[in-house]
Design a protein around this ligand. Sequence first.
Ligand code: 13P
Ligand code: SF4
Length: 369
Amino acid sequence: MNILEALKTTDHQLPEKYKTMSVEEMENRVREIKQKFGEKLFIPGHHYQKDEVIQFADATGDSLQLAQESAANTLAEYIVFCGVHFMAETADILTTPEQVVILPDMRAGCSMADMADIHQTQRAWEKLMNLFGDTILPLTYVNSTAAIKAFCGSYGGATVTSSNATSMVAWAFTQKERILFLPDQHLGRNTAFDLGVPLDQMAIWDPIKDVLEYDGNIEDVKVILWKGHCSVHENFTVQNIATVRAEKPDMNIIVHPECSREVVALSDYAGSTKYIIDTIEKAEAGSKWAIGTEMNLVKRIISNHPDKEIISLNPHMCPCLTMNRIDLPHLLWSLETLEAGEVKNQIKVEKSIADNAILALNRMLERPN
Ligand code: 13P
Ligand code: SF4
């Protein structure tokens, strides 16, 4: 049964009773079950998760930290992953076969990860090999399916996160003359640009049209960017920056590198979710910040720093819809199911895929950031 068929079965739908329980009742039950399971249960939570969920996380972090936490945790029998599908897959790959990884809502995917499927990637690779020969190393952002990670692992490539993209892209250039960067063109472009690759040496691979978009001499291409993007971060625009600069000239602008090149270039700082949190943490009281990243995190940063003036770079920004699918009722449902001795919504990566994906993940985890 594939994921779409699975979602149609009632097995993956939240039972009615969770729609009528009070918040207090749900929170008490989560606490009770967490206490009962103790170290056998581990709940990682990505920074973009809602507060109602993050309050119960045993570890919070960005994609890199959560991958490291998952790899380090050998005690937990059950890992209830509060994040999106590709993160739960990564956790499954990095844990032992006996550890069970659960995603509280199977609909919590990532639209960026969905922009590169393995068949498109294999087709692209064949064409790129014909164009450039064996000169390319594939790198994938962790925001990708396990199959894409396995593809990169089997061709000597690696995964990257927004925290370590610079060191991983620099490493990739010690291995091969060119890189293929999937699936986020913006993180790929921003990182390569920071490392000194000019924009006119970057081509775009269009997986829908199956063509390479490039105007110059093909021999000059250093980076091939997959034409994917984050539907949340693409909503921060040059116009948003112009508005903040005009209305509040003393405000610092800090954005996630999933934003476009133009937005990153006009901002004062750019980095992963952890980098954004740490930068604002260290900033002086009274300092002013406009943040370009997901709204659940921006709201949390605002409430954690009443001594600073903080706004969203885009005042009309929404949270990431798929991250938001993990909510208190789904978390409780997962935990009560485990308490009843059942497992639902398990994320299990096929062994043949996991064996190659772990090569790509380990090449990243073994390197200093
Ligand atoms: P990081 O956790 O690497 O900052 O990435 C943000 C993101 O979009 C996760 O989906
Ligand atoms: Fe995917 Fe963007 Fe949501 Fe992250 S914020 S999970 S990249 S859609």
